[in-house]
Design a protein around this ligand. Structure first.
Ligand SMILES: Cc1cc2nc3c(=O)[nH]c(=O)nc-3n(C[C@H](O)[C@H](O)[C@H](O)COP(=O)(O)OP(=O)(O)OC[C@H]3O[C@@H](n4cnc5c(N)ncnc54)[C@H](O)[C@@H]3O)c2cc1C
Length: 427
């Protein structure tokens, strides 16, 4: 049996207690076999169990081992590309459905936390911070766009107002979304896993799916057992590897890094983020940060295309943190880790069905905490035979990366470098 532990992150060190879960060592039958116990898999499992399906989840390592247990914890609404781009790509009618769903993920998270009493330090309020006036103009347009879909809780912050919510001199202004917010991401995943089990679902850890035998009644093979199911949901995202070659060829795993300071004094923490909102800036390669429940600054940024792990994360991320908050120059970094998200060329999620019974959702390209919760609901609806919202996502085009598997990493890095220059010089 493999025994892959969590990476050494602040989240793993402050995780709520969870049971030891067995690995699969039998041949079993179920209605739905979910591959991957991140938010996509757990949210799918929960919605399916609530609809009466029998569900088995296979996790290669541990619940929340992937991005769901390592992320910045920012509840960011909408998609990594916005509705105006979607309108241009798929037309007004499909875009309307997707626009109506763009803020649903944050509502699902709050419902889950309330219904299943999940202890994950949930806080309300997220800020998009504009460094340039061009970015501020974009936020103004964004607000109007989101309001068209009924999201009227948004507040533009001018330069004076944004200083009241974050003690950073870099910003021209921002957009506050009170339906955004932040969570301890691993504890959210662990709470959702407990909810899955409370409804009769089964989760096997250290049980990687190594082969899918396709057909009318597909079988998922693990090293020591197998699951025959009516449906399969593939939810391995950036950690899936080549299990489903059709999916691997149209997406690219990318690493992003996070550091966590030692606990700050109450007065320092309050001076940085007085209302305890989370913040992400509007750069193409963005920085994101927030306070933890025990008042550490959790600061993320940087992207490594192709998901190679950098040798020294602190050396990369600490200067970014000090650029935002020079007042933290003497503060110690207690934790540093990296995690992988899945980039698509369009930066929109890839959702679909392979054959009659293998469903998937992947590639939310960085903004996945809310989307993955929505994805679980939409996949469960499709399995129940209500596919309208599933089809709206499935109609989004899945583009291959230029240059194929060999050249996609350097070409994408080149593109990102170009966009970073645009952010830096404002063109
Ligand atoms: C460092 C970092 C910071 C981020 N910050 C934010 C943020 O602040 N806000 C935000 O909205 N988004 C953020 N994201 C993105 C967000 O975390 C992800 O989009 C989201 O968690 C993806 O969830 P998932 O369930 O699809 O994938 P994952 O959470 O990666 O889960 C996939 C799971 O599948 C398992 N698996 C893979 N292959 C197999 C297999 N063959 N058999 C069995 N199991 C398998 C993996 O072990 C893993 O547990 C961040 C991502 C990273 C990496």
């Amino acid at each position: 049996m493999s025994n892959t532990p969590y990476p050494q992150s602040y989240y793993a060190a402050s995780a709520n207690s969870a049971p030891e879960r067995p690995f699969l060592q039998d041949d079993i039958e179920t209605d739905v076999c979910v591959i991957g116990a991140g938010y996509t898999g757990l949210s799918s499992a929960l919605f399916l169990l609530e609809s009466g399906f029998k569900v088995t989840v296979l996790e290669a390592a541990k619940v929340g081992f992937g991005a769901s247990g390592r992320n910045g914890g920012q509840i960011v609404n909408s998609y990594s590309r916005d509705i105006d781009v979607i309108e241009r790509t798929v037309g007004a009618q499909q875009a309307h459905l997707l626009g109506q769903m763009a803020f649903e993920g944050s509502r699902i998270i709050r419902e889950r936390v309330a219904t299943y009493n999940i202890q994950c330090d949930l806080k309300d309020g997220g800020v998009f911070a504009a460094i340039t006036s061009k970015q501020m103009g974009h936020l103004e347009a964004q607000k109007k766009l989101w309001e068209r879909y009924g999201n009227t809780q948004l507040e533009l912050l001018d330069q004076r107002r944004i200083r009241e919510v974050v003690a950073c001199d870099q910003y021209q202004g921002g957009l506050l979304d009170m339906s955004g917010g932040h969570i301890h991401p691993l504890n959210l995943a662990l709470g959702e896993a407990a909810a899955v089990e409370s409804l009769g679902g089964t989760i096997y850890e250290q049980s990687p799916a190594v082969r899918i035998e396709r057909g009318a009644s597909p079988v998922v093979h693990t090293p020591h057992g197998k699951v025959r199911a009516k449906f399969i949901i593939v939810a391995g995202n950036a950690y899936l590897g080549n299990l489903v070659p059709e999916l691997a060829s149209k997406s690219m795993p990318c690493g992003t890094q996070v550091i966590t300071t030692e606990p700050l004094s109450e007065s320092v923490a309050n001076s940085l983020l007085p209302q305890d909102y989370c913040v992400e800036d509007c750069n193409y390669l963005l920085d994101y940060y927030r306070l933890s429940g025990d008042k550490r600054l959790i600061f993320g940024g940087g992207v490594v295309y192709g998901a190679r792990d950098p040798a020294n994360i602190e050396v990369i991320i600490r200067p970014k943190m000090l650029k935002a908050f020079p007042q933290l120059k003497d503060v110690k970094i207690d934790y540093a880790w990296t995690g992988n998200f899945l980039l698509t060329l369009s930066r929109l999620p890839q959702v679909g069905r392979i054959g009659d019974n293998i469903y998937y959702s992947q590639g939310c390209s960085g903004h996945g905490v809310t989307y993955t919760h929505l994805a679980g609901k939409v996949l469960a609806e499709a399995l129940r035979g209500q596919a309208e919202r599933f089809d709206a996502f499935a109609d989004l085009p899945h583009y291959p990366f230029p240059g194929g598997q060999l050249l996609r990493t350097p070409l994408t890095a080149l593109g990102a470098w170009y966009y970073s220059l645009r952010d830096k010089f404002g063109f």
